[in-house]
Design a protein around this ligand. Sequence first.
Ligand SMILES: Cc1cc2nc3c(=O)[nH]c(=O)nc-3n(C[C@H](O)[C@H](O)[C@H](O)COP(=O)(O)O)c2cc1C
Length: 204
Amino acid sequence: MTKLLRIDASSRRHSSHSRELSDYFEKLWREKYPDSQVVVRDVAKEQIPHISDETIVGFYTSPDKFTPQLKAVTALSDTLIAELKSADVLLIGAPIYNFSVPSALKAYIDHIVRANYTFAYDGTQFTGLVSNKRAFVCLAYGASGYTGGSLQPFDYLRSYLNLLLNFLGINDITFFSVEGTTTDPLSFESTRQKALAEIKQTLS
Ligand SMILES: Cc1cc2nc3c(=O)[nH]c(=O)nc-3n(C[C@H](O)[C@H](O)[C@H](O)COP(=O)(O)O)c2cc1C
């Protein structure tokens, strides 16, 4: 059975455009793969705490030297990494906040990017340990011009998520996006129709 892990990051519960794209993707996914398991990790609704001093000590301590306290502070990371690794497909929905990912998503990322669990370093190069996965990413931008326009150089959302997924070993990534959600109704509606059509085409 295929497992889809859906990660939502918009702080907005209602009228969220990244959630609209992910909702549509999930709906078509369930229709196409009725036996698929869908797991939802909403990092805006159930916020992941920032990593602490103790968490970092735990990340750099060999598990055979774990104290009960280090085991406790790395338990959430263990859970999130197991959830990520058990998924076949990722569906990530995220808005651009101040040119990058929302801090709720960054807090999640800081728990799942972990040496010897999701990436390895041999002293020379890094290797991603999260392999054999496909990722679909639904993005929402308040302004227009991030996709091929004048704001493209300031897009640290798409470029960052692309880099991060590659770093973890995920190279098969498809992006869908809407632009101008707060500034430009015409651009918004045309990018919205385009993104919905691309999702439909992807899952046809
Ligand atoms: C805290 C915050 C920061 C934002 N920063 C940006 C930004 O840097 N660039 C931009 O184009 N839009 C920015 N926006 C607008 C959002 O990206 C836009 O409203 C988007 O549609 C939000 O995603 P959602 O519809 O899924 O909630 C920001 C919105 C908020 C709340």
